[in-house]
Design a protein around this ligand. Structure first.
Ligand code: 6R9
Length: 661
């Protein structure tokens, strides 16, 4: 059955700068031509990169869905981001403006400005010690567990320089999550820091890393960046401070960038799902950089004079692509901020824009909703008129948040879009492209697919939906930036993304197209929860819960939250002998935070004696979710015991009455 979707699509906003303005019909025409010969189209973009050796063919399609872009071609991501620029006038251009969180009445206590020359020298020195002292080579993987400091991108670039693969673990993850990801990637070296700041307190990263390494025997050595200066325990046979090991490496050290195959791995980044362990998405070099090059130009309209700020954390894919590789490859000045956007006062973000004269802003709906809640007087304290382009990412943007930001920062005239993509896609695939062609903006839309990307909305049988009929988002052609595979699990890669609609990539999102062919992504069709734009799997939360001795079974679902978009709640069945009480409730909250990380704070725990299950004993989270958000529970013919639904509903309503949530 198709659902007709009411979208606010009558509201169209035109940017003030109409240089690239196209009607949507004209855009579709250009777009159609780009996807008809998409391979040649992308090869044209790839030629703008600097290759050590040209590719043998554009796309290896011999064993779908394991596509390889530009096989035979050789390049190096560190060379692309640094060497190319230091040969030119960009050597003395600021590459990274970094601001730390601590601040007093005189302003931020730490601001660092690193030129392309500075970053180049530092990356070479780090690459030198990684190779000479730690024996890091092509084929090795190193783990990174770091706060948002300039060393973070520099270590990624040093690994890439050696042709080694890196894997970043978000610093909000716990030691268990860190260990699991290190083991999955056989990381032999871990780079961490003494600590990081978060809303004025210090997160003791080294301590968490130590616990993880105890359980991850693959990790033989640990490098520690001194950042906060907190006391840390150092195991002299295993640990060393970065500043100590590079002290004697001369500034002029040059490490020849390794010639890396286009189709070889650059990094592995884990994403959460509903079942099984987190999936390590493996990204290549040539295709990935090609997509970033295109989207930096088209979506962000990157120009040499810009100060560009992406407010994400490098721990997530947005930071990989649009803090590190995208902006540095394009030779931009990228701003990096360590802390919370509304700390210590709600205007921190606006003061950063004003002080550093930011031109391009890439942020999230969650951040915008938090700014809104604090009130517009805070943003009005600052001159944000340097902003000439904005985008949001991570979750659907509600039209209210869009309009607020557009009015107060966008002055109702700058290009402002919502870029859709995911860890798997490597870079932006559905978005406005004001740097190339601009079409009318509509609050809440993602816009049409970018050139070269054939996206569609389909029904259960894989047939195209009509405008305003909800369906599943699919990508119909291979695209540069797509994953090579899931690390150690190619079968799963095939099954999760390529089996539901054979030949098409299944993204797992609900979407509709409107009459103009704009896409509106409506949220996940599976049980992935997006908390403040961060992707969390129900599986990780539930497996943490059932490790607790009191818990027999658990189901977690996302519930709407005014600021964070969604937050997880859990329904828990206790083992016999245990009864629910406030102390146990507190303990379980803490237990999950400790095991998964602070991103995984449960909003509420409901104690029940049954959960809705299928006859094959699978928990029906869909049913739990429907009860919690007050929607019809839909088809329950596979439900084993209908009373369980009542039980979940009662637990939910009782607590709601009691505490008013
Ligand atoms: C980049 C990133 C991917 C999921 C994706 C979708 C949601 C991302 C969105 C959006 C609506 C946008 N999503 N951007 N939904 N509008 N502009 O977020 O990657 O963490 O892997 O999440 O995020 O549901 O499937 P990732």
């Amino acid at each position: 059955m198709s659902v007709n979707w009411a979208l606010p699509f009558d509201e169209k906003i035109l940017p003030e700068d109409k240089r690239n303005l196209l009607s949507i019909e004209e855009y579709h025409k250009v777009h159609r031509a780009s996807i008809t010969s998409y391979q040649q189209f992308w090869a044209g973009l790839a030629r703008e990169l600097e290759w050590f050796k040209p590719w043998n063919s554009i796309l290896d399609e011999s064993s779908p869905p394991f596509y390889k872009w530009f096989p035979g071609g050789q390049l190096n991501a560190s060379h692309m981001c640094l060497d190319r620029h230091v040969r030119t006038g960009r050597r003395n251009k600021v590459a990274i403006i970094w601001e730390g969180e601590p601040i007093d009445q005189d302003g931020p206590k730490q601001v660092r400005k690193l030129t392309y020359g500075d970053v180049f020298h530092e990356v070479n020195r780090i690459a030198h010690v990684l190779r000479e002292k730690y024996g890091v080579r092509k084929g090795d993987t190193i783990g990174l567990y770091l706060p948002m400091i300039p060393e973070f991108p520099m270590i990624m670039l040093a690994a890439a320089r050696l042709g080694a693969c890196f894997t970043v673990i978000f610093s909000g993850f716990s030691s268990d999550s860190l260990a699991e990801r290190l083991i999955d990637t056989d990381a032999k070296l871990l780079v961490t820091a003494d600590g990081g700041y978060r809303r004025g307190s210090v997160i003791k990263l080294k301590e968490i890393a130590d616990k993880a390494v105890e359980n991850a025997p693959c990790v033989k050595k640990v490098i520690v960046v001194k950042h906060v200066g907190n006391e840390v325990e150092m195991d002299s046979s295993r640990d060393a401070f970065l500043h100590d090991i590079i002290r004697d490496v001369p500034q002029s050290t040059f490490v020849e960038p390794e010639k890396v195959g286009s189709e070889e791995p650059l990094y592995i980044l884990h994403t959460s799902g509903t079942t099984g362990r987190p999936k390590g998405q493996v990204h290549d070099v040539g295709g990935y950089l090609t997509l970033l090059h295109a989207t930096m130009r088209w979506v962000f309209d990157a120009r040499d004079s810009d100060v560009y700020w992406c407010t994400a954390d490098i721990g997530w894919v947005t930071g990989h692509s649009y803090i590190v590789f995208g902006p540095l490859m394009e030779g931009l000045t990228a701003l990096m901020y360590e802390g919370a956007l509304d700390y210590p006062e709600p205007d921190r973000w606006a003061s950063i824009i004003e002080r550093h004269r930011v031109n391009i802003l890439y942020t999230s709906p969650t951040a915008i909703r938090a700014f809104m809640r604090h009130g517009e007087q805070w943003v009005k304290k600052h001159d944000t008129s340097t902003i000439r382009l904005m985008h949001s990412v991570g979750e659907p943007i509600n039209p209210e948040a869009y309009r607020w930001m557009m009015r107060l920062v966008g002055r109702d005239k700058v290009p402002f879009g919502s870029t859709w993509w995911m860890t798997e896609t490597g870079g932006i695939l559905v978005s406005h492209t004001p740097g190339l062609y601009m079409v009318a903006m509509k609050p809440g839309t993602n816009g049409p697919p970018i050139l070269g990307i054939d996206a569609d909305v389909v029904n259960d049988r894989g047939e195209s939906q009509k405008p305003l009929e909800r369906g599943f988002l699919v990508i119909k052609n291979p695209w540069p930036g797509m994953p090579l595979t899931i690390h150690k699990d190619p079968e799963r890669y095939k099954e999760v993304y390529w089996t539901r609609f054979p030949g098409n990539f299944y993204a797992g999102d609900y979407a509709v197209k409107d009459d103009d062919g704009y896409f509106w992504m409506l949220g996940r069709a599976d049980e992935i929860i997006k908390v403040a734009g961060h992707r969390l799997g129900t599986y990780e939360l539930e497996s943490a819960l059932i490790q607790h001795p009191a818990v027999a079974e658990a189901a977690t679902v996302g519930v709407p939250d005014e600021i964070k978009g969604e937050v997880p709640v859990a329904f828990v069945i206790l083992r016999s002998g245990y009864t629910s009480n406030p102390a146990l409730d507190r303990e379980l909250h803490e237990w999950v935070r400790e095991r998964v990380g602070h991103v995984a704070s449960l909003k509420q725990i409901y104690f029940v004696s049954k959960l809705p299950k299928t006859r094959s004993a699978k928990i029906m989270r869909r049913v739990v979710h429907a009860v919690v958000i007050g929607k019809p529970i839909g088809d329950v013919t596979t439900l084993e015991d209908e009373a369980s639904v009542e039980e979940v509903r009662r637990a939910y309503l009782d607590l709601k009455k009691e505490i008013g949530v």
